[in-house]
Design a protein around this ligand. Structure first.
Ligand code: FAD
Ligand code: DHB
Length: 390
């Protein structure tokens, strides 16, 4: 098989890139090691920046997002028994975020791809990029015991943190930076109305909590937990009790509980691989970087990488210029590091670390108090939260 761009990974970054390329008339093939249902079974991010929404529109995949996504003009920071609203819209001169689950965004992109003639190969085993330092790269994979080969001009490694793309780069050509946090997030999804019409990020001596949502009838809640916590130890009742402890009284009293239908634990990590381009192989999204979820940046960073790579590929095919592709790594990494810094800062300010003392707790509360009462500090938070420009 031959294509112009071989895309490894059918998560949000691979699908979004594929859809933009298809719309621009650039042939592409997507390969994923698992099937569609497996991909759609993952519950992950929920907050989209305007840039991400704009890319969904550009990919002609934004109709349901516009109909069902919830525009949010602010969120709350809760600490020391009170909460303060951060007026995203007012502080940023009219910017907002959209609450729409990654699962739904992925479902929309898959549905649009199915309507096109673009090829997607699911359940492809042993996907491997080859010869990307030369001019004739290719990808091999196995299906039903047979090895296949996809010849291409470029390879986009959109295969997440554990994928094959980054691992195929010789160690001497890549540098990685990593920070592992000593806790995880226990997340729960339930068909109950959200406790507040906007998100609530809570700092509490018992640990961080986040009240999010997927719709006005479906809530997504998270609580900080130890890294070695076992999901079996968390009945719904225990989760709801712990969440109530960590919220200011007026939210705890308003909390509507119910049976969960998803519960999972995610570890928290910051990771960046540099560079993001190796000849004709480009790393995109989680394949190149991971942020802790606190600032809701993971999916949005994957989207900004797609923006830079798509622009470079379109320039290559339409204008016969490689300038955008050559600048891909520099442009993407400049934005990535700012989001890595923001996510690390939000995580550090909002969580209880194993060695957090009463002094450290007071310092966190003083920082939150300053943040919520200084217009300059609130503006810096708001402009990062809604997303820095591409
Ligand atoms: P992925 O979504 O990881 O997609 C990669 C795709 O590649 C997958 O479909 C996978 O099956 C495929 N693949 C992997 N290996 C191979 C291979 N060898 N060959 C072929 N295909 C392969 N972000 C937030 O902003 N907020 C959150 O609350 C949040 N929660 C998260 C919870 C968890 C458990 C995780 C793991 C991530 C979370 N994130 C969150 C981050 C966000 O979901 C990611 O940033 C986003 O999914 C990145 O998209 P991606 O397409 O780059 O990678
Ligand atoms: C969600 C996840 C986040 O990490 C975040 O900061 C906000 C919302 C969510 O899953 O809804």
């Amino acid at each position: 098989m031959r294509t112009q761009v071989a895309i490894i990974g059918s998560g949000p970054s691979g699908l979004l890139l594929g859809q933009l390329l298809t719309e621009a008339g650039i042939d592409n093939v997507i390969l994923d090691r698992v099937g569609k249902d497996h991909i759609l079974g993952r519950v992950r991010a929920g907050v989209l920046e305007e840039g991400t929404v704009g890319l969904m529109e550009k990919a002609k995949s934004g109709a349901r997002l516009h109909a069902e996504g919830l525009p949010h003009d602010g969120f709350s920071l809760a600490f020391d028994g009170r909460d303060h609203r951060i007026d995203l819209y007012g502080l940023t001169g009219g910017k907002r975020v959209t609450v729409y689950g990654q699962t739904e965004l992925t479902r929309d992109l898959m549905a649009y791809r199915e309507q096109s003639s673009a090829t997607t190969i699911f359940d492809a085993a042993n996907v491997q990029p080859h010869d990307f330092e030369g001019i004739a790269p290719y990808v091999t994979y196995e299906k039903d015991g047979v090895t296949h080969r996809v010849d291409c001009d470029f390879i986009a490694g959109c295969d997440g943190f554990h994928g094959a793309s980054r691992k195929s780069v010789p160690e001497k050509s890549i540098r990685s930076f990593e920070k592992i946090y000593p806790f995880g997030w226990l997340g729960l999804l339930a068909d109950v109305p959200p406790v507040n019409h906007e998100l609530v990020y809570a700092n509490h001596p018992r640990g961080f909590a986040l009240c999010s949502m997927r719709s006005m009838t479906r809530s997504r809640y998270y609580i900080q937990c130890p890294l070695d916590e076992k999901i079996e130890n968390w009945s719904d009742d225990r989760f709801w009790d712990e969440l109530r402890h960590r919220l200011p009284e007026h939210h705890a009293e308003a909390l509507i509980t119910g049976a969960s239908f998803e519960k999972s634990i995610a570890p928290l990590r910051s990771f960046v691989a540099e560079p993001m381009r190796f000849g004709r192989l480009f790393l995109v999204g989680d394949a190149a970087h991971i942020v802790p979820p606190t600032g809701a940046k993971g999916l949005n960073l994957a989207a900004s990488d797609v923006h830079y790579l798509f622009s470079g590929l379109a320039e290559h095919y339409q204008d016969r210029s490689n300038a955008g592709l050559e600048a891909y790594s520099t442009h993407a990494l400049a934005r990535v590091w700012k989001a890595v810094r923001f996510s690390w800062w939000m995580t550090t300010m909002m969580h209880r670390f194993p060695d957090t003392s009463d002094f450290d707790q007071k310092i966190q509360e003083a920082e939150l108090d300053y943040l919520t009462h200084s217009r300059a500090a609130s503006t810096a938070l708001a402009e990062n939260y809604v997303g820095l420009p591409y």
